[in-house]
Design a protein around this ligand. Structure first.
Ligand code: NAD
Length: 350
């Protein structure tokens, strides 16, 4: 079984995943690594952004790490063959339903935040966003013409007990390995789906996770608290729509797009999909300007959540922190290091 499947993808994807490979070969030389074309690169080579063989390899690996996909050269390709279609097919094929997005603030970068240093320095908040249900997928959805003129648009927010329970379980399990606190955010004051959400989370907590502290918070209050006192949070679990908005809000507390990792997890024992939040950045691709830390921190998450190597994850995290403290900065962070030099800086601290 392959431990880590790398899907470099397009644009800066291959540049940043090359640094992940260097880090992995140094930190965990025993891990087996395989690499496959994905996205536009796969379309060019095989006529499809995600081949059956690559999906099978992803499902058979312990963790999958993707760089980024897409770029202007594939803009004219049929919609179902575009690089982004490959990414959606990969997520669906791997059945990853819980999106983990950390909002992390490294001390050396705290002054780059839009909030005061004391509010964000040391921030380590984890969002668990439900990824495959809710209002983005609920039926019915349509726009219809009204007889007297004008139109009516309908989206449906829908959740089942099983969908809520499985994502809440991920949040409780994560909290156990972190600081033991979960906030569950919904709008149970005005939405039936919010009421069910609260009921199911409360019930699961009572049955299986009483050792974890659970607090319920209305999603609008969560939005305020994230900018008022973000360090009060450990894990926040929420639905697809609120998670989309709140995790972006929290991510922006901590600086550059080039710093933000993510994970998407499925059922226990199934491989996770790890990827930097950023895209393929065609404007800087091929120039050695990309910040590889979002990809390197995505590998740190893979070590922690799929590869059962928490000690190595801690070492990698500390190495990134030390490299930043020593002044290592790519251009997006106001410095002049190349992608490979940032990789060197992390390796030196390892
Ligand atoms: P982008 O994230 O690629 O770039 C936005 C801006 O941030 C650019 O100026 C870019 O230079 C900069 N940037 C991004 N990552 C950086 C890094 N690691 N280091 C330094 N600077 C970085 O978003 P976009 O420009 O809207 O999209 C470009 C392409 O990427 C599109 O084809 C889009 O569809 C695709 N995309 C893919 C993913 C993904 O693969 N998950 C996500 C978003 C966008």
């Amino acid at each position: 079984m392959t431990d880590l499947l790398l899907l470099p993808g397009d644009g800066i994807g291959p540049e940043v995943t090359a640094q992940v490979r260097r880090v992995a070969e140094r930190l965990t030389p025993d891990l087996s690594i395989e690499e496959r074309a994905f996205g536009g690169a796969s379309y060019d080579a095989h006529g499809a952004p995600l081949t059956d063989e690559t999906l099978a390899a992803a499902k058979a690996a312990r963790a999958v790490l993707m760089g980024a996909v897409g770029g202007p050269q594939w803009a004219g390709v049929a919609r179902d063959k575009r690089p982004e279609a490959g990414l959606l097919a990969l997520r669906a094929g791997m059945e990853v339903f819980a999106n983990l997005r950390p909002a992390l603030c490294f001390g050396p970068l705290a002054d780059a935040s839009s909030l005061k240093r004391e509010l964000v320095e040391g921030l380590d908040l984890m969002f668990v966003r439900e990824l495959t249900g809710g209002i983005y997928f609920g039926q019915p959805r349509f726009i219809e013409d009204l007889p007297g003129g004008g139109k009516r648009a309908v989206d449906t927010q829908v959740y089942t007990t099983a969908e809520i329970e499985r994502v809440a379980r991920v949040a409780f399990e994560l909290a156990r390995k972190r600081r033991g606190k979960v906030h569950s955010a919904e709008k149970s004051n005005v939405m039936d789906s919010g009421l069910l959400w609260r009921e199911v989370v409360t019930d699961l907590h009572r049955r299986e996770y009483a050792d974890v502290t659970l607090e319920h918070i209305l999603a609008d209050n969560a939005a305020m608290q994230i900018v008022k006192n973000p360090k009060q949070f450990d894990v926040i679990v929420t639905d697809n729509l609120f998670g989309d908005i709140l995790s972006d809000e929290a991510a922006q507390l901590t600086g550059s797009l080039g710093m933000l990792p993510s994970a998407a997890l499925g059922a226990e024992g199934k491989p996770g999909l790890y990827e930097p939040i950023h895209g393929s950045a065609p404007d800087i691709a091929g120039q050695g300007l990309a910040n590889p830390l979002a990809a390197i921190l995505s590998f740190e998450m893979a070590l922690r959540w799929s590869l059962a190597r928490p000690a190595e994850a801690d070492r990698l995290f500390a190495a990134v922190d030390k490299a930043l403290a020593a002044g290592a900065r790519t251009r997006d962070l106001g410095g002049s290091l190349t992608t490979a030099q940032m990789g060197d800086a992390v390796l030196a601290e390892l």
